[in-house]
Design a protein around this ligand. Sequence first.
Ligand SMILES: Nc1nc2c(ncn2[C@@H]2O[C@H](COP(=O)(O)OP(=O)(O)OP(=O)(O)O)[C@@H](O)[C@H]2O)c(=O)[nH]1
Ligand SMILES: [Mg+2]
Length: 209
Amino acid sequence: MKLFKKRKKKPTVSIKKDKEKKETKPKDFLKIIVAGEGGVGKTTFLHRYVEEKFIPDTKLTVGVQFFLKEIIIDGMGYKLQLWDLGGEIQFRSILQYYLNGAYGALLMFDLTRMTTLNRIEEWVKMIRDEDPNLPILLLGTKLDLGEKISVDDIYPLELRERYNLDDYLKVSSKTGIKINEPFDILTRRIFKQERFLKTKVEGLSLTGN
Ligand SMILES: Nc1nc2c(ncn2[C@@H]2O[C@H](COP(=O)(O)OP(=O)(O)OP(=O)(O)O)[C@@H](O)[C@H]2O)c(=O)[nH]1
Ligand SMILES: [Mg+2]
């Protein structure tokens, strides 16, 4: 008799825990685009952000790949749905279709390859064609590569100014420098938008604690 009572109790407790968990989670996803030329480190960066580890042997992204992450900013919970767009030229024609419904974008170039910064303009235009007001953060990647870095800050800062980008940060997935900040900045920026407050706020961010 004693054994039977014990067995009955256990599942009751775990079901209650699950229920409590569900009730404190955010309800919907915030779609964020991660774009930039092939090999700049987008997939590596997202692995670092979501799984908190550096994966040195990523394969090139075919089309699009998804990552999910739940974060809490200023006491509010958000579910980020991160769309990692393959940067190789052969995927360029299909990417436009993935932009619809995005709330923000991270645009990345490789600090050791000036050519990847030169192509940023093309990416900005593609994104702004879909949504002229989309918040965009510019990220220079592979900051750990020290002497190989060939892009001077003045160029990305000039682009930031010219296209009214929301910020410019230098990151490294290898060392873990500034991995969380871009997402925090972008999420705050998204929720500051007047149009967002008016039309999209319901159902997107939703927990408190
Ligand atoms: N040293 C260093 N290497 C990095 C870093 N981030 C990425 N890499 C390397 O850069 C290469 C390309 O990284 P990916 O993340 O696959 O690049 P991607 O932008 O996703 O490329 P596509 O999928 O083709 O668009 C890989 O060999 C990574 O190991 C970094 O912060 N530091
Ligand atoms: Mg990739």
